[in-house]
Write a protein that binds this ligand. Structure first.
Ligand code: SF4
Length: 389
């Protein structure tokens, strides 16, 4: 069987990644022109293949992408979103831009997935998508994922991964200590394990699948607002396959692949201006700005770098991805301030264990060492310098 290394050689991946990095260093105006060219090429190629195209719109990046595509003449691009999951100021912009609202996907029992059902049945989206996916594998052992589980604990990849001994598959030590206990017997280690489930499937069932299903139904392929500079699972794919990818099972365009945060914020400002001049032509409703209020404003710091004055990221208020890296007040603190009832529910009541006891994010945050206020006390575990007072 071909190893990962041999495959990488075959794909000439090093050279592709180097070329990609060169493009990332280009000046903004050139990157913008490049993005427009790639988006138009994708549109043409879709035309030849008799495919429609759309944008799955969420926060600022994909709102900017949608307007950018319209501004360069791709006026028949459709826009869809599971808007109900977004912050209300984002929903307002979606509504003004007449973005088609989709519902979360259906379950086998004929009801729709909700966040609470996902947490209960699959587990909590916490730490990062990559880490959650690894923990999920440990929690769901099978003969098929045996090699990967071994790599997650030890870093050893075996024959398929080119016999690496310290691969990136290994969980970092801090999370191994907390979540590696599922493999204690197999690996002769002595790690802990939590009494809750972790999962990376939340976005898939609530956001991605509804958009994928819509796409299939409409014979449509997506433009995505992904940027390699944001890292994560998809960065490598963007570097290897470039902006436009027509694979056997995946077709997509990511015209902003070579952008960085500065580029997207600059383009967001330009698209806001463009919207002010064109909203009537496209039959949109009027909003003061298409930069949702949850982000505040896009301003310049003392070094001339753009930043959003409020949220840097959005997504769901009760998402645990990245919460361990946030300074206080973190997103759960803010939720407590803004909506104490919702906070109470998500922290302590959204799931039920096998003994019928309610629990929620409070248990998860405590376990990973993220402090939170509770009844005037501060709950922190040993990872986050324990104090309970
Ligand atoms: S952003 Fe977080 S909470 Fe929202 S759907 Fe995705 S994983 Fe779930």
């Amino acid at each position: 069987m071909e190893s990962v290394y041999e495959r990488m050689e075959r794909e000439n991946s090093k050279w592709k990644a180097a070329m990609f990095r060169v493009k990332q260093q280009l000046p903004y105006e050139i990157k913008k022109m490049y993005a427009a060219r790639r988006a138009l090429q994708f549109q043409r190629e879709c035309g030849l293949r008799d495919l429609n195209y759309h944008v799955s719109v969420g926060g600022l990046d994909s709102i900017t992408l949608y307007l950018f595509l319209l501004s360069i003449g791709i006026e028949d691009v459709k826009a869809v979103s599971v808007s109900s999951l977004e912050n209300k100021t984002i929903r307002k912009v979606h509504k003004a831009l007449h973005i088609e609202a989709l519902k979360p996907s259906m379950r086998e029992d004929g009801t729709r997935w909700t966040k609470a059902k996902i947490l209960q049945e699959f587990g909590f989206p916490v730490l990062s998508k990559e880490i959650a996916a690894k923990i999920e594998l440990l929690q769901n052992p099978s003969e098929k994922n045996k090699t990967v589980r071994h790599a997650i604990i030890t870093g050893e990849t075996g024959e398929y991964g080119g016999f690496q001994t310290s691969s990136r598959m290994k969980l970092s030590q801090i999370w191994l200590e907390k979540f590696g206990g599922y493999e204690n017997e197999n690996e002769g280690v002595n790690y802990s394990k939590p009494d809750f489930l972790v999962s990376s499937k939340c976005c898939y069932y609530l956001k991605e699948k509804p958009c994928d299903d819509w796409a299939k139904e409409h014979n449509s392929v997506p433009y995505l607002g992904l940027m390699a500079s944001e890292g994560g699972r998809r960065a490598k794919g963007l570097m290897l396959h470039g902006c436009n990818y027509f694979g056997s099972s995946t077709i997509r365009s990511a015209p902003f692949a070579i952008f960085d945060r500065q580029d997207i914020l600059r383009l967001a400002l330009e698209m806001d201006k463009w919207y002010q001049e064109h909203w009537k032509k496209f039959g949109f409703d009027y909003v003061e700005s298409v930069i949702p209020k949850v982000y505040g404003e896009i301003a310049k710091d003392s070094k001339g770098r753009l930043y959003t004055t409020k949220a840097q990221r959005t997504g769901c208020e009760i998402c645990g991805f990245g919460v361990h890296m946030e300074k206080r007040p973190h997103r759960f603190d803010l939720l407590r301030e803004q909506n104490p009832k919702a906070w109470q529910y998500w922290m302590f009541d959204c799931c039920t264990d096998s003994d019928g006891n309610k629990y929620g994010w409070g248990k998860v945050l405590y376990y990973i060492g993220v402090p939170y206020e509770w009844d005037g006390a501060c709950m922190v575990n040993e990872v986050g310098q324990l104090s309970l007072f």
